[in-house]
Ligand binder design. Structure first.
Ligand code: MLT
Length: 262
């Protein structure tokens, strides 16, 4: 028998609409569509080797040093003295190996998920296909929405619903609600543009970020928490070479089997 990722035959998919609702799971998919989740994907795609997610500004500042750049936001605006804000489009190349990222909701959500899940991945619309491909069939999955200031965020719930639809396994009531919400939108731009976060981005002249974050499956990167400690979670591009595509294939086969036996 070969060792593989944790699997459970009765795996259910759950959605925590805010990090306070998170439960233990085999796999947590952390969602902050606008914008931290998308920024993490973009930074790794640009060539940063690691994104060090910090829970607060002080921790981030302590991590500054050679080989590192600081990024983050408060109220969607860059933090004084930091090298970057939280616009995913800022990350076109990586001048150093490490990006230290501190955001209001997204990076604390990564830390919260890492406390209770066996495996933590970061999901966004820009890497939707790549994430779905690596979630093992039958795993207990918790989709953890970062929300906004501890409240429900429309764009995160929308992506949660899209993930639920694609993962197609037993669902909690919250997962069913998210899938129904996603169903009610014809495309991904509207739910991103209608929420409170989008309003702040428009008010601060950053509406281009909404377009950036609404693109689907343009990066083949699955950010994965590789280490935690001292108030940070280290996120790297997961190496899923051996499993990429096979989890999705297993799921399709399982759905075919169900249809055949029905
Ligand atoms: C957050 O983590 O709260 C966000 O990503 C906010 C933003 O910069 O859009």
């Amino acid at each position: 028998m070969t060792a593989g990722p944790p699997q459970k035959s009765d795996g259910q998919i759950d959605v925590a609409f805010t990090p306070a609702d998170v439960r233990t799971s085999d796999v947590a998919l952390v969602v902050d569509v606008l914008r931290a989740g998308t920024t993490i994907v973009a930074a790794l795609a640009a060539g940063f080797e690691r994104v060090l997610c910090a829970g607060d500004i002080e921790t981030a500042r302590h991590l500054s040093g050679a080989g590192r750049k600081l990024a983050g936001e408060r109220e969607c605006r860059p933090i004084e003295g930091f090298d970057y804000g939280n616009s995913p489009g800022e990350f076109t190349h990586a001048p150093v190996p490490d990006l230290v990222l501190c955001t209001t909701n997204g990076t604390p959500a990564v830390l919260a998920a890492a406390e209770v899940a066996g495996e933590v991945l970061v999901a966004s619309l820009v890497n939707l296909d790549a994430v779905v491909d690596v979630v093992p069939e039958g795993a207990e999955v918790a989709i953890v929405c970062s929300g906004t200031n501890r409240r429900f965020a429309l764009e995160d719930a929308y992506l949660a619903g899209r993930l639920v639809q694609r993962l197609g396994q037993g669902r909690t009531d919250a997962a069913t609600a998210a899938a129904r919400l996603a169903d009610s939108y014809p495309d991904s731009h509207a739910p991103l543009a209608q929420g409170a976060d989008a309003e702040v981005l428009r008010a601060t002249g950053q509406s281009a970020d909404i377009d950036f974050c609404a693109r689907e499956s343009v990066f083949d990167i699955v950010p994965r928490v590789s280490k935690t400690g001292d108030g940070i979670a280290v996120v790297e591009a997961g190496d899923f070479e051996s499993t990429t595509g096979s989890a999705a294939k297993d799921r399709e086969n399982a759905m075919d089997r169900e249809q055949t036996s029905a």
